[in-house]
Design a protein around this ligand. Structure first.
Ligand code: PNW
Length: 467
């Protein structure tokens, strides 16, 4: 199928991964342990006790994977550094073999004309630092700054696009919060008296990282961070009042009281606007450390874009027969709404509304740093992986994103999650998100390009041809 979805000429189409989810080789070549190594091996809380010990074995398949990216025609690739591959204990003793691995990755991308987009931290926190209190320790901002300085000095001559932190919402709420039903590493259950200062330290670390990148990267960096984002939908974009309700809900701290760390305004108002939202301060302010107002000055560093990891919607606003506005959550819609293998509702309009709301509030360019779906994917008898659902899903979502661009939202790039099937955190290998199928039952980890990968290839080719 020939398709062309209109995007601005400089718009980039890529794919994304994260270190722990694909690399494997968790104990190889001097790598130190992270909390995910520890948690997957010992907590008993990951699906079937699966681990990232081998994962896609990307560490040993680097050239093959780079060639597959080139075959798909990716314009950009988003990956994360494994902190403990570079600094095994989190702070000192730089591991040369770790540097060499990422040098090969980055040089391999550049040789193939693929633009690297690097995430400094995608959840695999050094175990040695966790044992010193992790993000609860105010020194965690120093530790992160030190690590990011290493990245900037060593890789900042070749990488232009940086993200400090992936989804503070998810690793703070799911890994550290007492009100979450989801269990992520390190799996502690903290109440607000601890969780609020912990989140504050994450924000301090973000601010320090932005400064370190600006100071030490040779190439002038473009810096942002990636937010876990379920969009608030207005079913009629012409209905101003409806749109306003959706917008207010997107950034209201009231609707997330029990799991406030999942909110967006707490994090982004602090990092981008230099203030915590008032409706959040009203019930969380009492737990902030002394001198939090002074900290906000260094937390709020100028950034260049907001990354959105956007898969689905949260509240959907519409008018009933009497013209009154009401909302349902995406997963409480009438029976029969489409959902992915993960059970996440398919709501393409999410890629219209999330960029729109975030651009309105923060007035920054947007990058879709993740979007995609888990599917029932396997290699068919003909040796191919037929994933029509992913092609349909991505077409619908990209069309919605294209409309956001047409309506004036400044969106710069789209990254499909994921380049390849991988370790899906607490769900192990149960959910397949890849454009590339990986056979996890085979020690050789054979890769098969799915139909969606070929489709993505044509989409990118149509986008980059200027006719
Ligand atoms: C993101 N939720 O996580 C992560 O950045 C990826 O590492 C992950 O593989 C991908 O999405 C797919 O799950 C999320 O519950 C985890 O809403 C959970 C949620 C959202 C994003």
């Amino acid at each position: 199928m020939k398709i062309k979805i209109p995007f601005p000429p400089d718009f980039r189409l890529g794919a994304a991964t994260a270190a722990y989810q694909i690399e494997g080789a968790t104990d190889k070549d001097g790598k130190g342990l992270s909390i995910w190594d520890q948690y997957a091996r010992h907590s008993g809380r990951v699906h079937l006790n699966e681990t990232g010990d081998i994962a896609c074995d990307h560490y040993h398949h680097l050239d093959e994977d780079l060639n597959l990216m080139a075959e798909i025609g990716l314009q950009a690739y988003r990956f994360s550094f494994a902190w403990t591959r570079l600094l095994p204990n989190g702070t000192s003793r730089l591991n040369q073999k770790g540097l060499a691995f990422y040098d090969r990755l980055i040089d391999g991308l550049l040789e193939r004309g693929i633009e690297p987009y690097a995430t400094c931290f995608h959840w695999d926190y050094p175990l040695a630092l966790y044992r010193q209190g992790g993000w609860l320790n105010p020194k965690s901002a120093d530790w992160f700054e030190n690590y990011v300085t290493v990245l900037a000095k060593h890789f900042g001559d070749r990488i232009s696009h940086w993200m400090t932190i992936n989804e503070p919402q998810i690793f703070v709420a799911f890994g550290h919060g007492e009100n979450s039903s989801v269990n992520y590493a390190p799996g502690v259950k903290l109440g607000n008296a601890d969780l609020v200062p912990l989140a504050h330290n994450v924000l301090r670390a973000h601010g320090r990282a932005v400064k370190a990148l600006r100071e030490h990267c040779k190439k002038p960096p473009t810096i942002g961070w990636a937010q876990a984002c379920n969009a608030m939908i207005a079913t009629n974009a012409q209905d101003g009042e409806l749109v306003e309700r959706a917008y207010q809900q997107q950034f209201s701290m009231e609707n997330t009281r029990t799991n406030w760390a999942l909110q967006w305004s707490w994090w982004n108002d602090a990092a981008v606007l230099g203030e915590y939202p008032e409706d959040g301060l009203a019930y969380l302010g009492q737990h902030l450390p002394k001198r939090w107002e002074r900290d906000l000055k260094s937390i709020c560093q100028p950034i260049d874009f907001i990354g959105l990891n956007c898969y689905s919607a949260w509240h959907i606003f519409s008018r009933n027969g009497n013209g009154e506005i009401s909302s349902v959550t995406a997963w409480e819609q009438d029976n029969g709404f489409p959902e992915t293998h993960f059970g996440w509702p398919v709501v393409p309009e999410a890629l219209y509304w999330a960029p729109k709301h975030f651009h309105r509030r923060y007035n920054l360019p947007i990058i879709i740093t993740e979007n995609g779906m888990a599917g029932h994917d396997w290699v068919h008898l003909d040796g191919k992986c037929h994933d029509d659902h992913r092609i349909d899903f991505t077409t619908r979502y990209l069309r919605a994103l294209s409309s956001a661009c047409a309506d004036g939202v400044d969106v710069r790039a789209y990254f499909h999650w994921s380049l390849m099937d991988n370790f899906e955190w607490g769900d192990g290998y149960k959910h397949r998100f890849g454009l590339i199928h990986v056979d996890f039952r085979n020690p050789a980890r054979p890769r098969t390009l799915k139909d969606s990968a070929y489709w993505y290839h044509s989409l990118i080719a149509a986008h980059s041809s200027r006719d």
